[in-house]
Ligand binder design. Structure first.
Ligand code: FAD
Length: 314
């Protein structure tokens, strides 16, 4: 928890962002978690994922944009991504964040931009998932999702098991047949809104998984936790939910062994694959999830710094 808090605090420091995004060691470690900075990189990565027998989700990285022009640019990039995935014949859908579309500026703008992306996706027959961001955005995200869901059946949303409210939110969502991705939650949240204890987050994940599978709407169990995955498989078998009626989702670069294992056992596996230049906040969340990642990075940066000092003329 201490490491997690420290990583989140550091991720807010603009000067550190600049150093990290230009440092070759940080960049090369970050590249383990995303496909590259261009759409070409993303397409290549997705072709490899599809060749492994898995489907994918592309995420054009970006969040908390500060100007209307940035929101517009992100909207265009998402539409371009949709067209490109169709043209390349990828087995793939799209994820986006509402703050990427201007939610911090005004809701109207985010809603308009979301509509534009969903229009293109509908035209191309592609599904779009609205990622869930930190708790301050949950009400607005669910509200916007509910508003667009009637018009666009090709849209889904995310529920985070670390939030106390998620049980109630999920009950509302399943009533309207929403397609939900279930995750544990990746942001630093206060005890006021989220379970501080991992055991409670996990227990809630199990309860919510069961609810999703009982409701029979095609859902996504997004985790790398073998205990969560085993439970989902057990519930699916008890409830006679077939392997084609839900999917497991994992992140690019995380637990490839488990991805392959599930596929071999006949489960559907989808790999969430981010790309783009705005990778820093995403990378910091991946670091915060696992202290071992931080230690690995610190070790490599220290080794590289010592080596650079030795190389430097005295
Ligand atoms: C497809 C997908 C989409 C997601 N979308 C969202 C979203 O919209 N909103 C949101 O808040 N969160 C999202 N997340 C992140 C999620 O909330 C968790 O933070 C993340 O998945 C880690 O939790 P876990 O379920 O894997 O379990 P954990 O208990 O955290 O991890 C279980 C095991 O997985 C492996 N592992 C987990 N994370 C890492 C890592 N970073 N590096 C290396 N190994 C790791 C380790 O072996 C670890 O022991 C998403 C996750 C996935 C898989």
């Amino acid at each position: 928890m201490v490491v997690r808090q420290a990583v989140f605090r550091l991720s807010q420091e603009p000067h550190l962002r600049k150093i990290a995004t230009t440092n070759p060691v940080t960049r090369s470690m970050a590249l383990r978690f995303f496909a590259g900075e261009t759409l070409d990189d993303a397409v290549r990565a997705m072709q490899q994922i599809n060749a492994r027998g898995m489907s994918g989700t592309l995420d054009h990285l970006g969040e908390n944009v500060r100007t209307p022009a940035e929101a517009q640019e992100a909207t265009e990039a998402l539409c371009t991504c949709l067209r490109r995935m169709k043209a390349a014949g990828l087995d793939c859908n799209l994820s986006l964040k509402l703050t990427q579309l201007g939610l911090d500026l005004d809701e109207e703008r985010a809603s308009r931009n979301l509509g534009r992306v969903l229009d293109v996706a509908r035209e191309l027959g592609t599904f779009v998932r609205i990622d869930m961001e930190s708790s301050e955005y949950v009400d607005r995200t669910l509200q916007l999702f509910t508003e667009v869901k009637g018009e666009y059946p090709n849209v889904g949303v995310v529920i985070q098991s670390y939030l106390y409210r998620s049980k109630k939110d999920l009950q509302e969502l399943v009533k309207v047949g929403a397609r939900v991705r279930l995750v544990k939650g990746a942001y630093l949240e206060p005890e006021r809104v989220a379970f501080p204890n991992k055991l409670d987050v996990d227990a809630n994940y199990l309860r919510l998984t069961r609810t999703l599978l009982e409701e029979g709407v095609y859902s996504a169990i997004a985790t790398h936790d073998p205990a969560m995955i085993d439970a989902a498989r057990r519930y699916a078998s008890e409830l006679q939910v077939s392997r084609s009626d839900f999917e497991f989702q994992m992140l690019f670069g995380v637990r490839r062994d488990l991805q392959d294992h599930l596929l071999k056992q006949g489960y559907r596996v989808r790999i969430y694959t981010p790309y783009g230049t705005q990778w820093y906040p995403y990378f910091m969340r991946r670091l915060a999830e696992r202290p071992a990642n931080v230690m690995f990075l610190v070790g490599n940066v220290a080794r590289e710094t010592t080596a650079a000092r030795r190389r430097a003329p005295s």
